[in-house]
Design a protein around this ligand. Sequence first.
Ligand code: UDP
Ligand code: GLC
Length: 398
Amino acid sequence: MADDSGGKICKGRLMSTERVLFVDHTGQIGGAELILLDVVEGRSRSSAFLFEAGPLHAALAERKLNPIISKWGRGLSQFRRDSSWLAAIPLMARFAAIVTEIARAARSHDVVYANSQKAFVLASLAGLLVRRPLIWHLHDIISPDHFGLVQRQTQVLLANAGATRVIVPSQAAATAFIEAGGRSDLVEIVPNGLALLPEPRTPAELRRSLDLPTRPLVGVFSRLARWKGQHVLLEALAALPDVGCIVVGGALFGEQAYAAELKQMVLARGLADRVHFLGHRNDVPKLMMAVDIVVHPSIDPEPFGRTLVEAMLAGVPVVATNAGAAPDILEGGKAGTLVPPNDATALASAIAGLLARPATLQNQLEYAFARAQAQYSVTRMLDTIELVIRQVQTGAAA
Ligand code: UDP
Ligand code: GLC
């Protein structure tokens, strides 16, 4: 079905017919890529350029996007965001080859949409060869906690010169971009949107079906990475002898050493019978609904934190660190509990407090659920992004 401005209606949403070249550096599916999978839905005239193959490649192909895999990008997603630019020097020839590949692909598209920091850097350089409106969906907080000075400077320099718009998921990410020198007129805050399927089973039934212990149980649902702070939760658990924990998530982006460190820590602290590593899972909502508390212990500011909203929608109390977007999402503590980052004692006492008074949390859980539905809707996110794509395309055509 077509609308009167040249778009089409897909699943009840207005969808432009622009040919968008989506670019992502990874073939893995982290939170940013889960957002991308929602954004590409219904855009069968578009393509996805990935630096490497992986589960994301298959998921994009399922959504009928034309997938393009770089010949040169394999393994580059393991190049860490906090690596120095010196470490990038031996990789320069490969980066240059990818820039050429992106430029070639951009020729047959109207808009380029970079979904990660590395994708944006190379896509903006490709813009020197083939000029197209360039959207950067910036899922990161460009602050010293996350990026070195040269990386921050390079990113804002390229954004100020080459990005047509910069989409960020939170005020915290917008502020960091602007404080790093990014142009505020480029920024569009589009909060991530999430939805969960209803689950008829009770938490007790879910626990049985998932083979989880019956003791008080907390869960952490993030990929394994030091800045996500799983080690702080393990430290807190050492002070909570009756509490079990599921650690859900894999070392998606080369953090295998951290994963090994966590397992070692569990052994060293005598937590092996209480802490269960479940690896990367595709049934996070069910696992969330089965635990008593969701913990989000990031030690660095979280750009958004999909798992916070997932916990709110799952109707489970959430304890998160008070940095980045978390205080905003949890409305300063009205929709969840906030603790200082990297403070195992405060975390342990927040968990103990919540486990001691589950009945008194009902109002907060209802409030959090309503807030998540009202503020973080998938439709609103997709409609706003659609508008941005149209605006940059119309601006380019004018
Ligand atoms: N997730 C998942 N399986 C796992 C761990 C996490 O599907 O084993 C999902 C989680 O439900 C959330 C996303 O991955 O939707 C992580 O997004 P978030 O914004 O919380 O953090 P990111 O990893 O993107 O920094
Ligand atoms: C990134 C961020 C996370 C955010 C996600 C989706 O991976 O680390 O906070 O929720 O992207 O925007």
